[in-house]
Design a protein around this ligand. Structure first.
Ligand SMILES: [Zn+2]
Length: 484
């Protein structure tokens, strides 16, 4: 009498087993001994459909040859051989049959002090590790966005906790993810201190080490507040987990760096700094990259010719959201923008065409900063144009949310043409001419008199940067409606 049941069970198992099959397993072994590498084992199956190649870390944020951190890539077991590929970051898979493959390689950490741009390299120390997926994951050559069942195993020194963009404190993690998301993840372990909390019912955590001018709880509370604000802005709570790391590095006190990550971001700050405005600005900016450009472009980045948007619009919102969240007052915000307008006005590269600025982005700090200024001032202009065209009903914020919806629904990536089309739809009638002039040619971006609504105005000053002063005794909370 059990036979039908068993037959049904077998049929059921055959049916569901592909769901449980793991496409890719990584096992990370680290001893913490001086100079010891991180040993990575990874396993997947090959058949006639592929994969045909193995990809090593290559380029990221202007850094090249990141495969130099990887050595001793070998086939431990499986019906394949690895041959050199067309690039140093590629290996060609030569198949001798179908079946399971087991590959292994070593990851070497950056030595010495942790200087600027340390985030391009794996950090492997006696008491902790800090890695961005882009810097250390070798991977089969599957499509980056394909959904995969992935298992991560962490074999770390005793007492270490692993934390990453996918979870906290688990030595084995089973994920439904993609190669894109894995590479966008941040991975830590060791003497990081973790604080867990929830945002709209979804788990989140911060991981930090070292001494700071604030407590771990103060950091967690700030992160929670700004993440909540930015999710509310985008109307997007689709985050199974959210993870923010803070690593103390040996950079000058006034400098700071961060990179937006999948479901979070990694911040690198000079040891001991406090939770002051510049720190808050950094977190606000990096967090916004979760959407611009990551979600808007379905990839880690956009071409450098679009950095004026991905950095500039992000910067506009990094400052704006801190004001709207009452981390500074409306007059303080206007003052801050006056400072930025004044810097832009005398900026050496102010009228550099976009192509040239994009080409020099990673080698010329003034060309790099231009993308931030230019995009922010276009954003300020478009916000005013949309408010005017809609008689105060809409703002740039509506355009941004529409852009997210559009890129999601059409599986489209943002381009200058998409931005122009959306801007025109929201009432920026001259958006195409503006892009040709302000972006392509590099003409000075027009600062509209109504950039800050009716609460502030600028008096014309020939040849000098427009500067705004508060002219209204309206409550700041009424003034900031212009930006809501
Ligand atoms: Zn940025």
């Amino acid at each position: 009498m059990f036979q039908p049941f068993i037959r049904a069970l077998v049929a059921f198992l055959i049916l569901v087993s592909p769901l449980f099959a793991t496409d890719l397993t990584y096992t990370f072994h680290y001893t913490g001994k001086p100079e010891s590498p991180l040993i990575v084992d990874f396993r997947f199956r090959v058949d006639s459909s592929g994969p045909k190649q193995i990809f090593l870390p290559d380029q990221y944020g202007g850094q090249k040859e990141m495969w130099r951190s990887i050595s001793d890539l070998e086939v431990v077991e499986g019906p394949i051989e690895l041959k050199p590929g067309d690039l140093p970051s590629l290996r060609t898979i030569q198949m001798k049959g179908s079946g399971a493959c087991h590959l292994r390689y070593a990851v070497h950490g950056v030595s010495g002090r942790l200087e600027q741009n340390v985030y391009y390299w794996p950090v492997l120390r006696g008491d902790y590790i800090h890695l961005l997926g882009k810097t250390f994951l070798a991977r089969p050559g599957w499509p980056e966005l394909q959904r995969l069942s992935v298992e991560l195993n962490w074999q770390l020194p005793e007492g270490w906790t692993a934390g990453n963009s996918f979870g906290l404190g688990e030595s084995t993690q089973n994920l439904s993810t993609s190669l894109f998301e894995l590479q966008q993840g941040v991975y830590v372990g060791g003497d990081f201190r973790f604080r867990r909390f929830e945002i709209h019912g979804k788990p989140a955590a911060v991981a930090l080490r070292g001494e700071w001018g604030f407590t771990d709880d103060e950091f967690a509370i700030f992160v929670r507040r700004i993440v909540t604000a930015e999710r509310a802005f985008w109307n997007d709570d689709s985050f199974p987990f959210y993870f923010v790391t803070l690593l103390p590095v040996d950079i000058p006190p006034a400098s700071f760096a961060g990179v937006g990550r999948w479901n979070g971001f990694a911040a690198f700050m000079p040891k001991g700094v406090g939770l002051d405005y510049s720190f808050r600005y950094l977190l606000s900016h990096e967090l916004f990259h979760t959407w611009n450009p990551t979600k808007l472009s379905h990839s880690a980045g956009v071409p450098p010719t679009l950095y004026w948007f991905s950095e500039g619009f992000t910067d506009y919102y990094a400052y704006l959201l801190l004001m709207l969240e009452r981390f500074e007052t409306f007059p303080e915000y206007v003052d801050r923008m006056n400072g930025i307008i004044a810097r832009y006005w005398t900026w050496a590269t102010r009228n550099m065409p976009n192509e040239a600025a994009a080409r020099l982005y990673y080698s010329n700090p003034e060309a790099q900063k231009l993308a931030y200024f230019r995009g922010m001032l276009v954003a300020l202009n478009w916000n005013a144009a949309i408010r005017e065209a809609s008689h105060g009903k809409s703002s740039l914020n509506d355009l941004m949310r529409a852009l997210k919806q559009r890129t999601e629904e059409k599986q489209e990536v943002i381009t200058q043409a998409v931005l122009v089309a959306e801007a025109k739809r929201w009432g920026v009638v001259n958006a195409d001419q503006q892009m040709v002039s302000w972006i392509d040619h590099g003409d000075t971006v027009e600062i509209r008199k109504d950039s800050f609504g009716s609460c502030a105005t600028s008096s014309p000053r020939t040849g000098e940067a427009p500067q705004f002063r508060i002219t209204s005794d309206m409550a700041p909370t009424a003034c900031d409606r212009w930006f809501r």
